[in-house]
Ligand binder design. Structure first.
Ligand code: HPA
Length: 276
């Protein structure tokens, strides 16, 4: 089976459960999954019920698509994502993003928990992702090009759609929620970075670091989706933070700021829906 045939098969599995056609796809990062429980859901599909679908092994990541409405906007939400460090081939890490494209989504809204590299950032800040650095991660589009999605050599000049970034910024201002803007750097994980790697990331122009997102953004951009995203700065990155990093701190911060995060994401998607 080619990757595209596998995707068609996954789509058929989803279509057995729902014929809902979303406009916006939303991927929820660590500790941010509760948003999916708050929307007007019309259907859910467990990843387990989609043959060939990669299922996350990380504790705290649920594994299902939630279909429904955020205000009037038709969304599909991934409650739990898969990461490259779990050992899946990169096509499998990209499969959910591409599947949501095939379901009909025109916009991909990415969220993640990230370490703060920019020295002016504080724990609990939100950062609109304006661009990314993926040079320390195998390029996810290596391999035969899937011509059905897009070209062999995709342009990445506006991977994060400037209009959508501005909508998030304006929405945050309206809600009185402070936001930063910056560049996200994706490492593979699963180790957190060394202090030297974080100094390098800062020198290269990164503002936040994490283990997801850029590869999904690249695949979505290749497939003609408009992309935007927000990092939740759950900790200061290694060497900046005075304490050792651990997943518990990441989860605790994400939980603490989750109500603001959910409000920002929901209101941004509402505004994006109006602009489509
Ligand atoms: N580094 C990498 N990934 C992360 C971090 C970090 O500091 N925090 C949350 N995800």
């Amino acid at each position: 089976m080619t990757p595209y045939e596998k995707l068609q098969h996954c789509l058929a599995c989803v279509r057995e459960k729902t014929d809902f056609v979303p406009d916006v796809a939303l991927i929820l990062g660590s500790g941010l999954g509760a948003l999916a429980d708050e929307i007007d859901a019309v259907a859910t599909v467990d990843y387990h019920d989609i043959e060939g679908f990669p299922v996350s092994t990380v504790a705290g990541h649920k594994g299902r698509f939630v279909f429904g409405y955020i205000n009037d906007v038709k969304v599909v939400i991934m409650q739990g994502r898969v990461h490259y460090y779990e050992g899946y081939p990169i096509e499998d890490v990209l499969l959910p993003t591409r599947l949501m494209r095939l379901m009909g989504a025109k916009v991909l809204f990415l969220t993640n928990a990230a370490g703060g590299v920019n020295k002016y950032f504080n724990v609990g800040d939100f950062m609109i992702i304006r661009d990314h650095i993926m040079s320390f991660f195998p390029n996810p589009l290596i391999g035969p090009n899937i011509d059905e999605f897009g070209p062999r050599f995709p342009d990445m000049s506006h991977c994060y759609d400037p209009e959508l970034c501005n909508i998030i910024r304006d929405t945050a201002a309206r809600l009185n929620i402070g936001v930063r803007e910056g560049v996200y750097l994706q490492f593979t994980g699963p180790t957190y970075e060394t202090p030297a790697e974080i100094r390098m990331a800062a020198l290269l122009g990164a503002d936040s670091v994490g283990m997801s997102t850029a590869c999904e953004a690249a695949a979505a951009n290749h497939a003609g989706m408009r992309v935007c995203g927000i990092s939740c700065i759950t900790n200061l990155a290694a060497g900046i933070s005075p304490v050792p990093l651990d997943h518990k701190e990441v989860a605790e911060t994400a939980n603490r700021v989750a109500p603001y995060f959910r409000q920002l994401v929901k209101e941004s998607i509402t505004a994006i829906g109006k602009a489509l």
